[in-house]
Structures are given as C-alpha cells and as structure tokens.
Write a protein that binds this ligand. Structure first.
Ligand SMILES: Nc1ncnc2c1ncn2[C@@H]1O[C@H](COP(=O)(O)OP(=O)(O)OP(=O)(O)O)[C@@H](O)[C@H]1O
Ligand SMILES: [Mg+2]
Length: 493
C-alpha cells in the first residue's frame, strides 16, 4: 500500500482502499438515517488529514466535532479492528479549525456580496427572472459607479438609490421597477431575520486558511458548524458551499496529476445544494464539479438518497459508499434499482437485496483503481474512526477555538467605506449643495466647497472598486464569467 492510500474498511479480510491519487474524482456517501454516514465521513476525513490533505466539512448535526478528540477504547472498535487489515491505528484527534457563520461555535466565516455574485444571490433570495435581471443590473451599476458591495447594508443602499434614480437609469439598464426592487428588498429582510447578514462583510474568508497543514504534516480539518445555519437559513448554507466551490475553482491553478488532492470538501445534506436551484445554476454546479478536479480538489457529497444528487453530478463520482437503504415504498425500490445500476457488479453479490440488509457502519463501496476504472462493488465493514464518535462538549470546543492560530483574524467585523457610506456621502453633498444658495444670500462663509479630504477618500475607494472589477475581468476568472454569463443567458430568455 502506498503512503497516500486510505483504508475505508474491510471486505472478508481484504482492505477496501481509497487511493490518494484518485481522491480528486469526487465521491458520495449515502444511506438512511442512523446507518453510519457521518462516521464514514469521519473515517475518510481522518484518512485525508493523515496523508496531509486539508479537509473542509460541513457539520450539520454537530456530531462530527468528535474528530478533534481521541476516540475511547471500546468493544465495537476492537471488533472492527480484528476484521479490517489496517496498519498504524491509534486513538487520536485530528487538527481541527472550527468555523461558524454565526460566530458562536467557531471562527466567523464571511464573504462579500460582490464575491457571492448575482447568480448565487438571486438563488439565495429566490428571485424570478425579472427580479434577477434587476439584481444583475445592480451589480453592473455598482461596478460602473465604483461602489463596493461588501455587506447587506451596501446592497440595500444601492437598491434604494436605484429606485430614486429610476428614470435616469432606464436608458442604460432597462426598466428597474419598484416591484422588482421591492422583491429583492424583501428577500434581504428575510435574510436579516435569519441572522444571515453576518455571512456578508469583512474580513472575508481567505481560502488559504482552509488549506493548512500542521507541523506534523497532517491536513487541518476545517469544520463548519452548520447546525443553526441549516435550520434557520438553509439557502445561505447552500450559497456558502457553492460560493466556496466557485472561489476555489477560480483561484486555484491547474494542478495536473497529483498523488493526493490539495483539498477535499465534504458537503453534508447535499440535497440542499440542488433543491430549488434553477437549471442554469445546476448546469454550472455540474460544470464546476467536473472541472475543479483538475485543480486538485475532491468534492464528497453526503446525503440520504443518491437521487438527491443530480444525475449529471452522480455520473462523475469516483467513490461511492452506499449505506443501508429502506425498501418500504415503491419510490424506495426505484432508488435501490438505480443504486444497483450505478455499481460494477461483483459475482455472487446481489446489490438490490444486500443494500437493504447492511448493518450499521457497513456499506457497499465502489472505488477506482490506479487507472481510474471502477472496481467491483465490495460489501465493506467500515473502519472505526481514530477520533471520538459524536460531538465534543462545549468546553472542549471553546478551549480549541481559544488556542486556534486563526484566533483574532476573523473575530471582529470590519466595516470599511463602501457603497452605503459613499451613497450617503453623495446624498449629504447634494443636500449641502441645495442649501448653498440660501447660505450665500445670507452672506455666510460656511457654505464651503466640497471637503477635499472626503472627496479624495471617495476617489480612492472608487479606484479601488474599479481595480476589483478590472482584476475580476482580467484575471480570466472563468468561474465568475460562467456565473455572470449564466445570468446573461437568463436575461436573454
Ligand atoms: N464505522 C463505524 N465504527 C463504529 N461505529 C459506527 C460506525 N459507523 C456507525 N457506527 C455507530 O452507528 C452510529 C450512527 O452512525 P452515524 O451517526 O454515522 O449515522 P448517520 O447515517 O450519519 O445518521 P444520521 O442520518 O442521523 O446523520 C454511530 O453513533 C456509531 O455508534
Ligand atoms: Mg449523520
């Protein structure tokens, strides 16, 4: 076995192995509730960490956090270790960085409105085509007017200004109706009620912080506590993961063939990424998932039914770990049939009946060999994790967050001058100008010309905004072009 191989489990005394070199070919962990998906995710994530691959994982139930602490000796672990050939098993924790959009169970994770872009934002706000068109116009106007869009406040100020300027903007940007702007504003209010305004602003997450290796060469496991987020704001959860995917895609260089990925992402409750997404967005997700492979990023979806993931994405997945499925309804049986079709058959193994009989922590597993060909499906007893099964407690978590090297970097939001401040300054100036003649007739010297300090600061920010848009355009940011391009085609429809 190569140093970059990960033992997933055992099949009749044979190790079932995920090859590091095939780990950018993506994967799926599926199965009914309580069948062992999260523990499988943990085993894979620990394996990646051990071979030096940083991991990002969304933790939807909070029970993945145990990966940060050593497991405790127990009979079940012993039983599994006897059946699974696996060298060097040790009960130990992995290096973990905790993240949380709300900032309570980890470092805050943020990005800017401008980085999320209109396509994802339109999906997040559940806008129709006309409303999306207006949002797209808002991004163009912001670019052209040198207005930075960082947080919700900026976007709200811009929208209000657009309504004000309606007639002036119409010739260049088309009809910006109060109804469409109103729909966007209502969507933003809903986000605020969900506390999701915390997701937008600065300091924005630097992707480098997700790609760390500790001093022993273990990949750092970044755990996003998504317990609150998935409940309160499932669309923000989806937007966050998709934004991350497109950012990585845009910024990472082509990597060629590697012996292990540069980063692996685990997306739990994967159906949330696809539910309600319009066709153009689905197409782009499929495209980004396909292309991000060559940048050395592996994406692993975790979900109850494999049919939660669109077929175009399913067809690209190299690793399939199928835990037990129920066979109660006709729909269940359809799922089981399609699961069976997705595996390379193994003589003597009837997938359709086996998949309903699997025990907890047992799965049908299909891996790729060194040439990238699917291996016959293996009935696999999943290895026990080295870390603890289940959550760490609040004290253990607080302690780890307190001594994290990232402490302080993201904890305090920074509100620098952006669209909101700039539009406010413009409005103040306009008001001052309107009052100026009256002041002049009074012979007052206070009706001063525009304050030069403020003006130059504004110019600077405008230049900065221009540079960001120029950098975006020049940086051949395919991802963004895709994202904006899609909206372009939406608009033409
Ligand atoms: N590989 C394993 N080794 C040891 N125990 C396991 C293993 N897999 C599962 N178990 C046991 O089964 C329990 C349930 O597993 P797990 O939480 O992974 O299920 P799940 O499919 O993620 O459930 P849910 O759908 O509710 O999230 C674990 O708490 C653990 O006790
Ligand atoms: Mg689970």
């Amino acid at each position: 076995m190569a140093a970059t191989d990960i033992v997933i489990g055992g099949d009749n005394g044979q190790a079932v192995v995920q090859l590091g070199a095939m780990s950018n070919r993506h994967g799926l962990v599926a199965g009914a509730t309580g069948t062992g998906k999260t523990v499988t995710l943990q085993v894979l994530a620990e394996g990646f960490s051990r071979i030096g691959v940083p991991v990002f994982a969304a933790d939807v139930k909070g029970d993945l956090s145990g990966i940060a602490a050593p497991g405790k000796p127990n009979a079940e672990t012993e039983r599994r270790l006897k059946l699974i050939p696996r060298d060097g098993y040790q009960q130990r924790g992995s290096p973990v960085a905790f993240w949380d959009v709300y900032g309570t169970n980890g470092h805050p994770i943020r990005t800017t409105i401008s980085d999320v872009g209109p396509l994802l934002l339109a999906n997040l706000l559940e806008l129709n085509d006309t409303q999306s068109g207006v949002l797209y116009a808002a991004f163009r106007i912001a670019d052209e007017q040198g207005l930075l869009l960082l947080d919700l406040k900026d976007l709200k100020a811009l929208l209000a200004w657009m309504v004000d300027q309606g007639a002036n903007l119409r010739t260049t940007y088309g009809n910006i109706t109060a109804a469409s702007v109103g729909a966007i504003q209502r969507g933003l209010m809903v986000l605020e009620e969900q506390g999701a305004e915390k997701f937008f602003g600065e300091p924005a997450l630097s992707l480098d912080d997700l790609m760390q290796v500790d001093f022993s060469g273990n990949g750092v496991v970044s755990i996003l506590d998504a317990t609150q987020l998935v409940q309160k704001a499932p669309r923000v959860y989806a937007a966050l993961l998709l934004w991350m995917l497109s950012e990585l895609f845009e910024h990472l260089p082509e990597a060629g063939d590697l012996d292990r990925p540069k980063l692996v992402l685990f997306f739990d409750e994967a159906h949330l990424l696809f539910d309600g997404a319009p066709k153009p967005l689905l197409d782009k997700i499929e495209q980004v998932v396909r292309l991000i492979r060559s940048k050395g990023v592996g994406v692993y979806f975790v979900t109850q039914s494999p049919l939660d993931v669109p077929e175009s994405v399913l067809g690209q997945l190299g690793l399939k770990v199928q835990h037990a499925l129920r066979a109660f309804t006709p729909k269940d049986r359809t799922v089981i049939k399609s699961v069976a079709q997705g595996f390379r058959a193994k003589p003597g193994l009837d997938v359709e009946s086996t998949v309903t009989e699997l025990g907890i922590g047992e799965a049908l597993v299909s891996t790729l060999d060194a040439k990238g060909a699917p291996q016959p499906v293996a009935r696999t007893l999943i290895a026990p994790p080295e870390g603890r099964i289940g959550p760490i407690d609040a004290n253990e978590r607080a302690e780890r967050i307190a001594r994290s090297p990232l402490r302080g970097k993201y904890d305090t939001p920074v509100d620098r001058e952006s669209a909101y401040e700039m539009l406010k300054a413009r409005a103040d100036q306009a008001q001052a100008a309107a009052q100026a003649p009256a002041a002049a007739t009074r012979g007052s010297a206070d009706a001063a010309p525009p304050r030069p300090a403020a003006a130059s600061r504004q110019r600077q920010t405008a230049t900065e905004a221009f540079m960001t848009s120029a950098a975006r355009a020049i940086g051949s940011s395919l991802g963004r072009q895709i994202i904006r391009g899609v909206l372009g085609s939406l608009l033409k429809k």
